[in-house]
Design a protein around this ligand. Sequence first.
Ligand code: IPM
Ligand code: MG
Length: 361
Amino acid sequence: MKIAVIAGNGIGPEVIAQSLQVLRALRPFGFEFSIEAALAGASAFEQCANPLPESTVNIAMQSDAVLFGAVDDARCDHLDRALRPEQAIPGLRKQLGLYASLRQVKIEPELASLSPLTPERVRGLDLLIVRELSGDVYMGTPRGRRVIADAPGGGEREGFDTMRYCESEVRRVAQIAFDAARARSKCLYRVDKANVLETSRLWRQVVTELGKDYPDIAVTHQYADNASVQTIVQPMAFDTIVTGNLFGDLLSDAASALTGSVGLAASAMFGSTRPSLYEAGHGSALNIAGQDRANPIACIRAATLMLRHAGGRHDLANRIEASVQQVSRQGLRTADIYRPGTRLVGTRQMGEPIACSIGQP
Ligand code: IPM
Ligand code: MG
């Protein structure tokens, strides 16, 4: 497998290093890979005044999969939107044609006590959020800033974005969600604001039509405000969720928070061609960068998603998952998931035993 590695900045390089170490531990099991490093985000901006250099897009395009660290940097908040480090993220999605994100939020029994909810409410939780990635207010035009010319409001500054979807964009991501639901509990929850938004009404129509091809899948339509409440109050009632870009952004992170740390959940992103992209759900966490304190588990899980979806190597992904579980059972915890009675370790002390306990063939 040819892997483009975008480590980024902040804790990105630290967690990526652990993820690569775990992948190297798979070599005895017949997993061959090469890596090519590429710049994006704050470090790319510093070196080439561009958060997403063309060379990075080229390296990504020539790979089978992109393993992505973190690129945001709050110190760049003053920059124009197009130059901000995190613009590398929508930029890459657009250039690579990635239109679906799958965020899996799974709570291992031994980590259930980390959740902000009581363990009974989340024990065994396994949620999949399928988020549309290519449309919505993220990409819709017109967008911009202007000064309102005419009364009323004349002379006032105004900002505007456009929420838009066309039916093929909805259909292709819905198809991924239906297929995912079929492989899981056969229940699909579709989240929108069809009580106020035209885009949502289109989603409802298209998904209902497509649902005729999936008679075995039960589709439930839910309003986004209610879905956010239910994610917190009774997350176990959900299984596979499909929604647009903006609602999906919020729900993916809210659901990840149920694990008790943003350091645990990962995402996979797909288009209709190679490469797909794999990342931890967290950002660059500059406050702990360079201190060997970051939790590498989310980034290691990103590598397992890569093995499953880009490599078709479920056997190897299962090995890594078992190894993460074993190390959790041994009570090793980075600071974000530390509780009295467990053993506080650094990023490397967490990654190494995960790689080592993958064992020999
Ligand atoms: C994410 C992030 C991005 C998004 C930002 C950084 C552009 O929040 O990957 O979820 O909103 O999609
Ligand atoms: Mg987000």
